[in-house]
Each structure stands twice: as structure tokens, then as C-alpha cells.
Design a protein around this ligand. Structure first.
Ligand code: HEM
Ligand code: SF4
Length: 553
């Protein structure tokens, strides 16, 4: 994990002091609403439906236990005792008081955290694979590159006022777990012969105009990462539309120019700054890597600890289920990564209480070298757990409500805050999530359905990733009433695709029933071991449409 140096600390403390003065002047009536708006957005502070909302950056999702405990304390002392993990590996507080925000930021700065560039038209938090550094299918650890991108993009004077917000995701594995194809820039670590480099994708995104990113370079040498990213953002900064907010993202520019022409312009720009100050030297790369060295793993006989684990699983069915669904292979023998589920029935996906944040910190200290990671599906990963201690970890996780064995199933859904908090919402999304969780609470049924992503957004901004859900639900407003459109067939993984709309929308009460019909048809139609997405791809939208609307009529 990257640790701040004196310079980093000084920058943050200056920013906190600055914002304290700005907030005081606003509260004293010396700054207008409009003047304060830009200042607060530079510090992650939105004004929402019911209260301000503060978004805090969690670079590439990594948190240490000290930070987790501090977040717990902030949620207890300044908020309503809980916080929300987002799909971009950030954390949000939904109920801070405006006058407390400078104190919150000061508390965060003490543990090397901040809210800088978590809103506004700048380069946002760079996201990555929650299994970085431990995934068996990893080509190289993406975190050092994320950290280099973070340092390059934070406070970058040229990119403080881009046409729109800008999001970068980096994947270091063969399996994309960072949704790089729906980001403004997706960086895929790759190898040519034995040289490390990057495949660069540009122009993906969700929202009003969902687009899957296009590759503009198959192989970029490692040293050229930052100059090349700088060239992309520079071309976008210059040519991206500023006259229309809805056409301002880079995806619109890439579409308008075509990926070849866009790529050509980037290459041209890159040639000018290619060997400039941003070029990564072996020393710079070494320095970045030094923050992400492997922890002090013990040596185990992998097969012996695997056998012991199997024995425990045979003796306890609930543990076996959890082991099956919520744990992941590790590249080091005798270790596993685990996911803590934030999604038991009745809890808004991604919400964690102050006590749970403290509990994650305790679990991280006790079982995983003091670190935890936020995932893009709003869960939490403990990356380095000894197999022999999984049973003990599971028991403790269960006490804190984190051991629902539903990871990757229908009820492990992504869901935006929707109309309960968000001022942009057309409809509520949390009650929809809850109704679906209640209706499909039978684990055997969920396991029989297999891997299934259900994603819910309360409006077309798509914070809940409905476009890339195998099943997507979008809240729409019809003459002041809340309705829900169902979409099928999206994916945010390597085979990224955008979901297609099933047909006319439904009332909230109808949604669980409609999902039930979609699942029934899948179960009828699937071939052995065929996933929902594969069945959909094989049979298409029409049979689902017929089944849902025929019976609904
Ligand atoms: C309640 C406060 C929130 C506000 C005001 C807000 C606002 C927005 C807006 C305006 C967009 C559309 C951007 C565009 O046009 O491209 C958007 C997209 C998005 N938001 Fe939020 N959002 C909020 C909460 C969240 C939360 C809680 C999450 C995570 C669960 C989230 C994650 C995202 C993501 C992933 C996108 C996708 C858009 C893209 O990158 O193309 N947001 N949000
Ligand atoms: S999708 Fe819409 S309703 Fe949901 S959080 Fe984003 S902006 Fe708000």
C-alpha cells in the first residue's frame, strides 16, 4: 500500500485548511451558493435530496485497518452510523453536516485519505481488480500502475477542468474484474514476448449513452503509460464537447471521430511528449512496485491444507456453501481470498455500519495482514487468508452479518442509492433490491441458477451499472409515477456487452414476479451447466419477451 510522504501530507493539510476557510465563509454568507459549489465539488461534497453527501476516494479499493477504523469513527461521530461502498471503489457518507465536513476531511487526512477529485470534471479515482497481486490469472500486479496514474492525475493542473468527469480502470489479469470496457480509459496489462505493456481501450461508459470501449492500441510499452494517457486526455480536453453536458464524455468524441481517427490523433500528440518528464524510468517503476510487495506469507503444503479444509466443509454444510461461493483461489499455496458480502436480505447493497467497519478492520488485522479491498460489486475482499483459518474467519464474519453465501448469485446485486438519497433519481432502487432479495432468498435455488449479475439504477445515469447486468433494472418516471424497465444480456467482463430492453416497463410491485418469469424461462431453456448469460446469447431476447408479456397481459 502506498504511504504518504511529508510532501503528500503537507498538500492534504493545506487543502483541508483551505476548505475549512471556504466553508466558514459560505456559512457566514460571504460566499454565494454558486461560488461555494465549485469549491465543495473539488472536495467530494454533493448536496443531495436530504443532506450533503461526501464521497471519499479509496485508491484502487485498498484500505488498511487504521483507515477502516477511522471511517467507522467518522460514520459514528459525524453521520448516522453507516457508510456506503460504491461501484467505483469509493466510500460515501450520506448524512454529514456541512459544518462538520472540514473536520471529517482533517480526520481523513490523518490516515492518508481524502475526497479530492471524487467529483467534478477531473480524473477520478483509478479503479482496479480487487484480487490484484494474488490472482492466479494475473499477468502483473496492476496497483503500481494505478498508483502512478493516481500521482500523475491528482492535482494535474492541465486536467482540472475537463469537459466531463473522467474515469480510468486498470486490469492486470486475463479475466477483467475491473469493468475496464465501460470506462473512459481501460488499461489492460499484457505481454508481448516477455515485455510488459498495455492494451489501451478508450471511450467506454454507461449513463445516457452507453458504449463499450474501443481498443486504440494493442501494445503500449510499459514506460510509455503516462505520456500516452496524457496524450489521450489532452486530445479529449481539446476536442471534447463543452456545449452540451450530455455529449461531453470522451465516448461521444471517440464515436464522432471514429476510434481510428481518435487513435491517430492520440499517437500524434504522444509523439510530441513521448520522451518527456512523464516517461517511466526503471527507478520510477521500481519505486511504485515497492509499495505493493507480497506480505510475509508462510509456507504451507497446499494439498494438506486443502484436505483439512475439505474435511471441515464436509462437517458443516453452511461453511461448505460459504467456502464454495465466497472464497477464491490464491496464487500462494495454502492461502485463499475471501469476499465479505454486504448483501444480506434487507440491507441496501454496499451499506456497512460503523460496527461492521470496525469488524472489517479487526478481521483484516486478525486474518489478512491488516488490509481489505472494496470491490466494484460493492463487497469487501480480504485477500490473504490462510486456508487453515478460514473456518474461524467465517464464524466471526457470520457474527457481523458478512457471511451471506451469495457472492456472484442473483441476490449479490449492484444497486445505486436511488430515490432514497439521490436527487437525480427517477425512482427508488433500494426497495426493489430488497423485494427481489426477499423473494429469492432460497439458497438452493440461487445456487441452481448459478452466476448471475442483477444490477439496478434509479435513473439513466447508470450508477448501478444496469446496462452491464445480465439482468438490468432501470427506474423510470412516468408522469410522476415510478416504473421499472427490465434489460437483459449485459456484461462488464471480457465479453462486455450492453443489455437490451425487454419491453414496456413495470410497476415496482410487479418486478419480482417478472424476474421470476425470466428465471423460469432460463431454467427451462438452459443446456447443462449453461449460464444465464450464455442461454440468453443463444436464444436471444424474444423468448423472454414472449414469456414475460404473454403471461403479464
Ligand atoms: C447519490 C449521489 C450520486 C450522484 C449525484 C451521482 C451522479 C451521477 C451522474 C450524474 C452520473 C452520470 C454521469 C454521466 O452522464 O456520464 C453518474 C454515473 C455513475 N455513477 Fe453516480 N451518482 C451518485 C451516486 C453513485 C453511487 C452510490 C455509485 C455507486 C454505487 C455511483 C457510481 C456511478 C457510476 C459507476 C456511474 C457510471 C457512469 C459512467 O462511468 O459512464 N454513483 N452518477
Ligand atoms: S443512477 Fe441515478 S438515481 Fe442512482 S445514484 Fe446514480 S444518479 Fe442517483
Amino acid at each position: 500500500m502506498y504511504r504518504y510522504d511529508d510532501r503528500d501530507r503537507a498538500i492534504l493539510n493545506d487543502r483541508v485548511a483551505q476548505f475549512r476557510g471556504q466553508t466558514q465563509r459560505y456559512l457566514a454568507g460571504e460566499l454565494s451558493e454558486e461560488q461555494f459549489l465549485v469549491l465543495r465539488l473539488q472536495n467530494g461534497l454533493y448536496i443531495q435530496r436530504l443532506a450533503p453527501m461526501l464521497r471519499i476516494a479509496v485508491p484502487y479499493g485498498l484500505l488498511n485497518s487504521t483507515q477502516l477504523r477511522r471511517l467507522a469513527r467518522i460514520s459514528r461521530d459525524y453521520d448516522k452510523g453507516y457508510a456506503h461502498f460504491t461501484t467505483r471503489q469509493n466510500l460515501q457518507f450520506n448524512w454529514p453536516h456541512l459544518e462538520d465536513v472540514p473536520d471529517i476531511l482533517a480526520e481523513l487526512a490523518e490516515v492518508e485519505m481524502h475526497a479530492v477529485q471524487t467529483s467534478g470534471n477531473c480524473i477520478r479515482n483509478t479503479t482496479s481488480d480487487p484480487f490484484a497481486g494474488i490472482a492466479p490469472d494475473e499477468i502483473a500486479d496492476p496497483r503500481p500502475y494505478c498508483e502512478l496514474i493516481r500521482q500523475w492525475s491528482s492535482f494535474h493542473p492541465e486536467f482540472a477542468f475537463l469537459p466531463r468527469k473522467f474515469k480510468i480502470a486498470v486490469s492486470g489479469s486475463q479475466q477483467d474484474r475491473a469493468a475496464i470496457r465501460v470506462h473512459d480509459i481501460g488499461v489492460q496489462i499484457t505481454k508481448r514476448d516477455s515485455d510488459l505493456g498495455f492494451q489501451i481501450l478508450v471511450g467506454g461508459g454507461q449513463g445516457r449513452t452507453p458504449v463499450i470501449a474501443e481498443t486504440i492500441r494493442d501494445f503500449l510499452p510499459e514506460a510509455d503509460l503516462l505520456p500516452y494517457l496524457e496524450a489521450i486526455v489532452r486530445v479529449y480536453n481539446r476536442l471534447g464537447r463543452r456545449d452540451n453536458k450530455y455529449k461531453a464524455r470522451i465516448k461521444i468524441l471517440v464515436k464522432a471521430l471514429g476510434p481510428e481517427e481518435f487513435g491517430r490523433r492520440v499517437e500524434e500528440e504522444w509523439q510530441q511528449g513521448k520522451d518527456g518528464a512523464e516517461k517511466l524510468t526503471p527507478q520510477a517503476l521500481q519505486w511504485a512496485r515497492s509499495f505493493f510487495t507480497a506480505p510475509a506469507y508462510k509456507t504451507f503444503d497446499g494439498s494438506a491444507s486443502e484436505a483439512a479444509l475439505q474435511q471441515q466443509a464436509e462437517g458443516d454444510r453452511a461453511f461448505a456453501r460459504w467456502l464454495e461461493r465466497n472464497t477464491y483461489c490464491h496464487r500462494v499455496a495454502g492461502y485463499r481470498a475471501i469476499k465479505l458480502s454486504t448483501k444480506p436480505t434487507g440491507v441496501p447493497p454496499g451499506d456497512v455500519t460503523d460496527r461492521q467497519l470496525d469488524a472489517i478492520a479487526d478481521l483484516a488485522d486478525a486474518f489478512s495482514f491488516g488490509e481489505a479491498r472494496v470491490t466494484h460489486d460493492q463487497n469487501v475482499v480480504l485477500a490473504d487468508v490462510e486456508q487453515g483459518r478460514l473456518y474461524a474467519l467465517w464464524q466471526q464474519a457470520r457474527q457481523h452479518g458478512f457471511a451471506t453465501p451469495n457472492i456472484g448469485t442473483l441476490t449479490d446485486m449492484i444497486c445505486c442509492p436511488g430515490g432514497d438519497y439521490c436527487s437525480l433519481a427517477n425512482a427508488k432502487s433500494i426497495p426493489v433490491a430488497e423485494a427481489i432479495q426477499r423473494r429469492f432468498d432460497d439458497m438452493d435455488y440461487l445456487y441452481d441458477l448459478g452466476d448471475l449479475n442483477l444490477n439496478i439504477s434509479g435513473c439513466m445515469n447508470a450508477c448501478g451499472h444496469h446496462h452491464v447486468g445480465h439482468i438490468g433494472i432501470l427506474g423510470v418516471d412516468k408522469k410522476g409515477q415510478e416504473f421499472y424497465q427490465i434489460q437483459l444480456g449485459g456484461s462488464a467482463a471480457n465479453d462486455a456487452s450492453l443489455a437490451r430492453v425487454l419491453g414496456p416497463s413495470f410497476s415496482r410491485a410487479e418486478v419480482p414476479e417478472v424476474i421470476g418469469k425470466i428465471l423460469d424461462l432460463y431454467v427451462q431453456q438452459r443446456r447443462t451447466a449453461e449460464s444465464f448469460l450464455d442461454t440468453y446469447k443463444r436464444i436471444g431476447l424474444q423468448p423472454f419477451k414472449e414469456s414475460v408479456y404473454a403471461k403479464a397481459g
